[in-house]
Design a protein around this ligand. Structure first.
Ligand code: NDP
Ligand code: A1CAB
Length: 279
């Protein structure tokens, strides 16, 4: 039986692409115990106006909104851009009550940076979710700082489990995970865009090109999900010996696709290390 116990009250400071995706995942799970979301502008806050269980605050209307959001929250998700994290932590530090758990969504920013501003007694975790949280299919990496108890960690894990799968890992591996699953949806969408472009190039209408490319990705992912088979075996079943797919796959293999992904993820990792220094 799925766990339907209510989550504690949660604050999401910065409910944009990622914080907003988690918010939607939590609400869709039906397990929310009340979520307060803040954004700078009214335009962004409006996305969650009227959503049951959500209090959506625009800081341009309510400048103390972040502190207000913290008032009743047990878990605080920090969802602003990495460069904005230190200023936000300095702002909210005085409002953090004993027992409040702070969880970063930010790429690169270390637990040590959080602790240097909030104090080492505040429980801090780093998470690295991805946007399929919206549909409950996220992968979230979770790393805990030294002030985090087993109970805190289990609670935060249960928050992210409403949005999909959770991988516990040491902080030293979270940037590497980010290059795979954090950024990964973008790689998949890029591949879909490229296949759509190839279809347009073969004379298909925009609508047909999109349908062919998008439904092929969705169908292939659903097949993988439903069968649990090795992707290499599923690929083999499409690739008839001396057939057409074999020729196409040979072109992609000759282009060094695995090496390209290794290079791309290395570049993402290097950027995460820059972000850690505030660059
Ligand atoms: N996008 C993704 O797929 C992923 C992102 N992340 C991380 O999530 C974080 C947010 O990224 P993303 O969601 O893409 O960025 P967005 O710009 O979409 O979201 C950031 C949000 O923060 C709001 N904001 C700005 N300043 C404040 C403030 N002082 N207090 C409260 N809210 C504020 C912004 O509101 P407004 O627009 O009104 O200014 C905006 O809605 C980053 O640290 C990123 O590394 C992690 C994993 C995946
Ligand atoms: O691009 C970024 O920096 C964030 C982290 C992973 C996905 N988006």
């Amino acid at each position: 039986m799925p766990d339907m116990t209510s989550l504690p009250p949660i604050a999401i400071l910065g409910a944009g692409s990622m914080g907003g995706a988690i918010l939607q995942g939590i609400i869709a799970s039906g397990r929310d115990g009340g979520v307060t979301a803040t954004n700078r502008t009214r335009e962004k806050a409006a996305a969650f106006d009227g959503v049951a269980g959500v209090t959506s605050i625009a800081l341009e209307e309510r400048p103390d909104g972040n502190a207000d959001a913290l008032a009743g929250a047990k878990v605080v998700l920090v969802g602003v851009k990495p460069a904005m994290v230190p200023d936000l932590l300095r702002e909210i530090g005085p409002s953090i009550r004993p027992g409040t758990i702070v969880v970063s969504l930010a790429a690169g920013v270390t637990i040590a940076t959080f602790e240097s501003i909030l104090g080492t007694e505040v429980p801090v975790l780093r998470s690295m979710p991805n946007t399929p949280a919206v549909v409950g299919r996220a992968v979230t990496g979770l790393a805990a700082g030294s002030a985090v108890s087993d109970e805190d960690r289990a609670l935060v894990r249960s928050v992210f489990e409403t949005c999909g799968a959770v991988v516990d890992l040491p902080e030293s591996q979270i940037d590497a995970l980010s290059t795979i699953s954090g950024s990964g949806p973008a790689y998949v969408f890029l591949l879909i865009e490229a296949l759509t472009e190839a279809a347009r190039g073969k004379g298909f209408t925009d609508a047909d090109a999109r349908l062919m490319a998008e439904q092929t990705f969705i169908g292939a992912a659903a097949l993988l999900d439903a069968t649990g088979e090795d992707p290499a075996e599923l690929r083999r079943r499409v690739t008839s010996p001396k057939g057409t797919t074999e020729r196409a796959v040979a072109v992609l293999a000759d282009a060094g696709l695995p090496a390209l992904f290794a290079e791309a993820t290395d570049a993402a990792l290097a950027r995460a290390r820059e972000l850690a220094t505030g660059a």
